[in-house]
Design a protein around this ligand. Sequence first.
Ligand code: NAD
Length: 339
Amino acid sequence: MHLLVTGGCGFIGSNFIQHMLASHEDVVIVNLDKLTYAGNRRNLAEEEALHLGRRYHFVHGDICDQELVPELMKRFVFDAVLNFAAESHVDRSISDPFPFVTTNVLGTQNLLEAARRAEIPRFVHISTDEVYGTLGPTGQFTEDTPLAPNSPYSASKASSDLLARAYFHTYGMPVMVTRCSNNYGPYQFPEKLIPLVYLKASRSEPIPVYGDGQNVRDWIYVMDHCRGVEATLFKGQPGAVYNFGGDAERTNLEVVRLILRLTGKSEDLITHVTDRPGHDRRYAMAFARSTADLGWTPQHSFEDGMARTLAWYKANEAWLDEVQSGAYRQFMDNWYRTR
Ligand code: NAD
């Protein structure tokens, strides 16, 4: 099975590629990644060492490229496209929405169109619970909840979801959309809450918490999300949307306090800062459809996932230092020089 995975050098894409290469001997993966600040080839260094040029291929490129993407789809005969590539950080989308619309909307459109022309039999578009907007103190998002995005990030993801939907309804293209709650786990870039708090705590630096810290997110361990995408690839119905959640609603303050406890640091490090503009109050995911149709449920409790995650960051301080210094880019430059 030949898969085109986009954004495979990012957090979730790296975990997905590692999982698929390790658990399916017949899978060949082409990873198309632009290597933005969030993309790190070193995340897949072991896979490169074991499989490069055979079961794993890396292509440094942009999903918006209207020549490269169709050319790739001619060069390899793909059984499926899995679109992880995105600008993914809400705060960055507030300071500059433009790259979010470019990659998340136009890039997805370019992939959909090229896949349609190449008649690729499956297309899984990876999206987020943030497209549903915000909840009050009760209730959960289902796949039928109307889209009501509130940030430039979530608006760009909702737009790409609607393009995916249109390609199914207009062209009969076998597109599936997955929507997942907040992920955490190994290889997450330290601008996101959990690695950021770990990093600050480990250095005894002040930990910024937005507003009153009572915003609620439903946290899912990244490998549970990857298994959900895998199940969608093999068992999903064309045109369907699947929600994945971790059954682990926590306020931001609860998450920060847990990390401080697990790292043995004082809560005095918590520093409340001005709230993010348009900050969604609560997300919670109902995933009964994914359980019924795909046989999927999350396998990791929040406490178990957090213990694994913090153990990974502790054992990989060099990775954290590298992604902050940008030194990992040298890996890429050296690789090109020595090819
Ligand atoms: P990430 O920011 O860690 O990684 C994104 C990857 O996409 C990077 O490797 C980057 O280099 C690549 N990329 C960016 N623009 C590109 C372009 N134009 N062409 C090719 N590659 C490009 O993101 P992530 O957290 O791994 O998220 C992956 C997907 O999952 C995204 O679509 C995101 O919206 C979705 N998602 C994320 C979460 C979460 O909690 N992180 C939750 C639900 C859904």
